[in-house]
Write a protein that binds this ligand. Structure first.
Ligand code: NAG
Ligand code: NAG
Ligand code: NAG
Ligand code: NAG
Ligand code: NAG
Ligand code: NAG
Ligand code: NAG
Ligand code: NAG
Ligand code: NAG
Ligand code: NAG
Ligand code: NAG
Length: 528
């Protein structure tokens, strides 16, 4: 055997080892067979093909060291695959860009960073968070994959929903199970209210409304796998930026948010014992969670075991029996005639609102009651969770109300109704009052009678008391089991430390109450 063969043998073996590193430099490109592995082995970056049926290769990041199919979290060139196998190459240029090229030497992807001319040459690092950064020798990151998400949000990633009230961040689903090219579903802030609402879209149509900013509280929840973890999620307002972020404390299990090619937005956590991804929550989570699927003036009732459409109070089904076709007023509203507002608690307010700025609660009420085409209003003061120039959130609706939901923890929706409804109630009162008076009289007589038979009465009373106590206790216990305590901002602050200097604007889109029992069976979820 000649020395050359030995040398080649050594090179073949050594090359991958030399490069199975977490860094890439100007002089060390990433070629087809190389992978970068983050320091503690959580993530890998390299070239992959999602299918064996053709030779399309992509530069991506995936979880390293978990069994089963590769779980990809980021892709550089999803819409321009490398067709010729073993030809892809990622280089860091001498002006601190990253360039991905194919066999013809064409650049098919370039990092778009702001580069300081004449600065020292950057290198890349694949961090343990799954973030791939382009870093200057002084430690400053001039580009990061976290700023360019594909279809996945990872813990501690700032998902910039809007900047100066313009939609920025967008998750775009894969086209199919093994086709990473841009699919039909996406997920982003609502262009017409970028700081208030978050949607998933089917092309340009709303698919599911994920969240409405209401400033109720910072959402956080515990979910229990084998060791318990606490999941915190917040929407954060800081300067011109409005972003979403989630973090995990406790057991640092792999957790991610993924927009699947089917349009479902899922919160997933790796279960070490079943060696699979457990669903913590998903949206849409019921048939009537799909956008506007209950029709107008109807709401999807999430307080039921099986969520279903219901008419808002004062409304009846258009169809008579089918609540999915929308509802209509029992009593018509007429301009200039008397009307009143009913408070519907625990609501997730309708879409298609008008956001009137700089209003107090009273001004918001006036805004709606003085305008006879206004059908509802909802008010929130977002100042409790952040220092905003205008913390008021006065929403008013004209005409129909769509995509309303009733949830475990929601806000008040004030709905305008015809006054004859109230008159009806008054009429009922007129009938009921004499009956009540009569019953009272009867009880007086009964009391006098019982006073005479005191001993017997007391015995019975005590027995009743015991029964009552038993029932209230069990109810309370059930309540405690079903609901997780809400986590205050202070708790989150001390627990995570990473929200320092940030002003919190309020509620995350996904929800508040999570519970994953044992092997990851989903037991309860809600959103607000
Ligand atoms: C950077 O590389 C280009 C060619 O790739 C070369 O022409 C140029 O001189 C290099 N610049 C520096 C500063 O090394
Ligand atoms: C890159 O842009 C950001 C703002 O977008 C700025 O804060 C930062 O200083 C810039 N970095 C460089 C290296 O120019
Ligand atoms: C390979 O398959 C993927 C997914 O099905 C598809 O997007 C891509 O266009 C195919 N590439 C070629 C070269 O056929
Ligand atoms: C997405 O919209 C298209 C029409 O543009 C429709 O055919 C398709 O069924 C929708 N997908 C889902 C999952 O609803
Ligand atoms: C998961 O299991 C592997 C071995 O099966 C172990 O090395 C690893 O620490 C576990 N991870 C967690 C988060 O429990
Ligand atoms: C109610 O209407 C919806 C939409 O039109 C339809 O899909 C559903 O089958 C109907 N349900 C019943 C019970 O008629
Ligand atoms: C309430 O509705 C009824 C029936 O539609 C109508 O006759 C009446 O004028 C309405 N009352 C007011 C105050 O608008
Ligand atoms: C709200 O009020 C503040 C100060 O009172 C003012 O600077 C701002 O322009 C107002 N915004 C709107 C939208 O009216
Ligand atoms: C919001 O609440 C804060 C205190 O909680 C109060 O100072 C502020 O005036 C309120 N703003 C509005 C618009 O109601
Ligand atoms: C209030 O009235 C104006 C016209 O005076 C109308 O343009 C607006 O849409 C109305 N809407 C609401 C919700 O108050
Ligand atoms: C928790 O982990 C232990 C081993 O550490 C395992 O035997 C047990 O089945 C796990 N429990 C659940 C609910 O997954």
């Amino acid at each position: 055997m000649s020395i050359h063969y030995v040398l080649i043998f050594f090179l073949l073996f050594l090359t991958p080892f030399c490069k199975s590193d977490d860094q890439l430099t100007h002089t060390k490109p990433l070629t087809h067979s190389d992978t970068l592995i983050s320091k503690s082995g959580n993530f890998a970056l390299g070239f992959f093909s999602p299918t064996t049926s053709n030779n399309s290769f992509y530069l991506g990041i995936w979880y390293h060291g978990i069994p089963g199919p590769r779980t990809v979290v980021w892709i550089a060139n999803r819409d321009s695959p490398i067709i010729t196998p073993s030809s892809g190459m990622l280089i860091v240029t001498n002006n601190s860009h990253m360039v991905l090229s194919n066999s013809k030497g064409q650049n098919i992807w370039t990092s778009t960073g702001n580069i300081t001319a004449g600065a020292a040459i950057a290198h890349t690092v694949l961090l343990d968070s799954g973030n791939f950064v382009l870093r200057l020798p002084n430690g400053m990151d001039i580009w990061q994959s976290f700023d360019h998400p594909t279809d996945t949000i990872l813990p501690s990633m700032k998902f910039l929903m809007s900047y100066k009230s313009q939609v920025v961040g967008r998750l775009v689903s894969w086209k199919g199970h093994d086709d990473p090219s841009s699919g039909d579903f996406s997920c982003s802030s609502d262009p017409s209210s970028p700081n208030l609402q978050f949607f998933t879209w089917n092309k340009t149509r709303p698919y599911c409304r994920i969240g409405v900013e209401s400033g109720l509280s910072v959402s956080g929840g515990t979910y229990v796998t084998n060791t318990s973890s606490i999941l915190y999620q917040t929407t954060i307002y800081s300067g011109d930026e409005f972003y979403y972020m989630f973090t995990i404390s406790g057991d640092p299990a792999f957790t991610r948010i993924k927009l699947e090619y089917t349009g479902k937005l899922k919160f997933l956590s790796w279960n070490n014992h079943s060696s699979s991804w457990a669903i913590i929550s998903e949206r849409p989570s019921a048939a009537c969670d799909l956008y506007a699927s209950c029709g107008q003036f109807s709401y999807c009732d999430f307080t039921q075991i099986i969520p279903a459409c219901q008419c808002l109070s004062g409304f009846e089904p258009v169809d008579g029996i089918n609540f999915s076709k929308g509802c209509r007023r029992k009593q018509a509203l007429k301009c200039g005639k008397q009307s009143h507002f009913v408070a519907l608690p625990g609501m997730y307010v309708p879409d298609k609102f008008l956001h009137i700025r700089n209003k107090s609660f009273d001004e918001c009420i006036a805004e709606c009651s003085h305008n006879c085409s206004c059908t509802a209003y909802a008010y929130a003061n977002l100042s409790s969770v952040g220092a905003l120039a205008d913390p008021s959130r006065c929403l008013v609706w004209s005409e129909e109300l769509i995509d309303v939901k009733k949830v475990l923890v929601g806000e008040n929706l004030f709905l305008r109704l015809n006054d004859s409804h109230v008159e009806k109630k008054r009429r009922t009162l007129k009938i009921v009052l004499p009956i009540v008076a009569f019953l009272l009289l009867l009880s007086c007589i009964a009391l006098v009678w019982m006073h005479k038979n005191r001993g017997k009465w007391r015995k019975k009373q005590n027995q009743k008391k015991l029964e009552l106590e038993y029932f209230t206790t069990t109810n309370e216990l059930e309540g405690e089991n079903a609901e997780f305590p809400f986590v205050s901002f202070e708790d989150i602050f001390s627990a995570t430390n990473c929200f320092a200097d940030s002003n919190l604007l309020g509620l995350g889109g996904f929800g508040k109450v999570y519970k994953v029992i044992g092997s990851g069976t989903y037991s309860r979820t809600s959103f607000g």
